[in-house]
Design a protein around this ligand. Structure first.
Ligand code: KIV
Ligand code: ZN
Length: 510
């Protein structure tokens, strides 16, 4: 691998979050959401947005048409089977590119299309011509290419090339390839076919990113990806990793504005409800987080010491974070207190660090509330903090014949705000009101409730994690007899602390 061929200098990014991504079990985007994601993908700089499968429903066709009419810089693509009606639906949806696909492996031909191979060649040829006659670009996919007989695969690509297809796609539909096999396959196809090659890799063995990159190193000029790697079964090649590996490891350019990768990932996370695991590369919460004292000390000196160095959180719109735990050292505690504008002497720092380590060893997670409480217990009272939001009064109503409702009056950023909302329960209702009146993109990331004592008067401990699209993240806890009060306390405290961090940060790198 990586021997004889010079990879392309630049690769096009074809995003299929709105098509293959929507085939993720349990995911369905409304028209509104599809439009929001399309705008974000355009802002991110993807070359092509596969907006959907226009023939699938009338609604889908209208949505794709709306996306086509947004005047985005990205080209808009629609999916079509080798059926004239599917192409007509794409034309009707005003797409720039028709993505024509057909199964070419024996197993899929037998089980799905039930046509013989010569018929498939003929129909594909006629329909590529049909697309081209309409003056529209055509991308042709031989579905299940990696399990297709090689001679037949080349034959079908040659057939569509002869009638003017613009680009061919090599889908690894069931994620069965490996980087070595993919590299060889793309080399072989490109020795026989002149049109540009695109790849579409699924992640059944966790190899989608590796296979996609191998294809590029063998000469593929376009790659199909999805945000957060969503898609059928185990998903598709994930955009952030493919793009950053191409950029940072191989020096291969794309048109992507990488600083929007994190916010795009967050947007898709919230619209799909599929949480990004913390250890997810590039955009995961821990991608630039450090707990160990040795690592944190190194990072504070020089971020290259315990990070790849060729990427930074800023490049992808993320943030570097120090995390408290049993491996924490004084450097981390000092830095975290400084994020709150707190400066303590060496003895106090040592004592705070020891308490954190002892508590963590016993399995306690130390969040922002605890860090500040421990600091206060060591140095005495902390300076009074600025309150971005201060509650004046609120009430919640709930019962068996009433939709849980909350009303709240608060001072937000020195202005009086009043809000009301419904929820599935009183806590949901009041947190929604708070979310609305803060008019900020801080969002609730995690909500956990614990009954500390037994009985109906148990102390409820609520832990809330909030974050914003810039990667600021705060976790707070509150314990009260009243679940609603505990939730409101923890939420307000988290928002106020995040605002303090934002204010104090002022371009500090950690
Ligand atoms: O996985 C696949 O083969 C596809 C095709 C439509 C390209 O999604
Ligand atoms: Zn697919």
């Amino acid at each position: 691998m990586e021997k004889n061929i010079k990879p392309p200098e630049q690769v096009k990014i074809f995003d299929t979050t709105l098509r293959d991504g929507e085939q993720t079990p349990g995911v369905s985007f409304s028209e509104n959401v599809k439009i929001k994601i399309a705008r974000q993908l355009d802002k991110l700089g993807v070359d092509i947005i596969e907006a959907g499968f226009p023939s699938s429903t009338e609604e889908e066709r209208n949505t794709v048409r709306k996306i086509s009419s947004l005047g985005l810089n990205s080209e808009i693509c629609g999916l079509a089977r080798i059926i004239k009606g599917d192409i007509d639906a794409c034309i009707d949806a005003d797409v720039d590119i028709v993505h024509l696909f057909v199964s070419t492996s024996d197993v899929q031909i037998k089980s799905t299309i039930k046509k013989d191979k010569d018929e498939i060649l003929k129909i594909s040829q006629d329909l590529v011509e049909y697309v081209k006659d309409h003056g529209i670009k055509c991308l042709f996919s031989a579905m299940d290419a990696t399990r297709t007989d090689k001679d037949y695969l080349i034959e079908i690509y040659k057939t569509v090339e002869d009638v003017g297809v613009d680009i061919i796609n090599v889908p690894d539909t069931v994620g069965i390839s490996t980087p070595f096999k993919m590299y060889d396959l793309i080399l072989e196809i490109s020795s026989k076919i002149k049109v540009p090659i695109d790849v579409h890799c699924h992640n059944d063995f966790g190899l989608a990113i590796g296979n996609t990159i191998a294809a590029v190193l063998a000469g593929a000029k376009e790659v199909q990806v999805t945000i957060n790697g969503i898609g059928e079964r185990a998903g598709n090649a994930s955009a952030a990793e493919v793009i950053m590996a191409l950029h940072a490891i191989y020096g291969i350019k794309t048109n992507i504005k990488t600083k929007y990768l994190f916010e795009t990932s967050k947007m898709v996370e919230s619209f799909t409800g599929i949480k990004i695991p913390p250890n997810y590369p590039i955009v995961g919460n821990n991608a630039f987080s450090h707990e160990s004292g040795i690592h944190a000390q190194g990072i504070i000196e020089d971020s290259r010491s315990f990070e790849p160095g060729i990427i930074s959180p800023e490049m992808v719109g993320h943030r570097r974070r120090l995390v408290l735990g049993k491996h924490t050292g004084r450097h981390t505690v000092k830095k975290m207190l400084e994020e709150y504008g707190l400066y303590v002497d060496d003895n106090a720092l040592k004592e705070i660090t020891n308490i954190i380590k002892t508590l963590s060893e016993k399995g306690k997670k130390i969040n922002d509330t605890e860090l500040l409480a421990i600091t206060e217990s060591v140095i005495g009272s902390l300076p009074k903090e600025e309150q971005y939001i201060k509650i004046d009064e609120f009430s919640v109503m709930t019962g068996n014949k009433i939709t849980p409702t909350a009303v709240l009056k608060a001072v937000v950023n020195n202005k009086i705000k009043i809000g009301a909302n419904f929820g599935v329960g009183p806590v949901d209702a009041i947190l929604k009101v708070i979310q609305e009146i803060i008019e900020s993109n801080i969002r609730l990331k995690n909500f956990k409730i614990n009954a500390i004592t037994g009985g109906s008067d148990a102390l409820a401990e609520v832990t809330i994690e909030v974050e914003d699209e810039r990667g600021y993240n705060v976790t707070t806890t509150s314990a009260r007899e009243d679940i609603v009060m505990a939730s409101v306390d923890a939420y307000i405290s988290a928002i106020n602390h995040l605002m303090i961090k934002r204010k104090i940060d002022k371009n500090s790198n950690i």
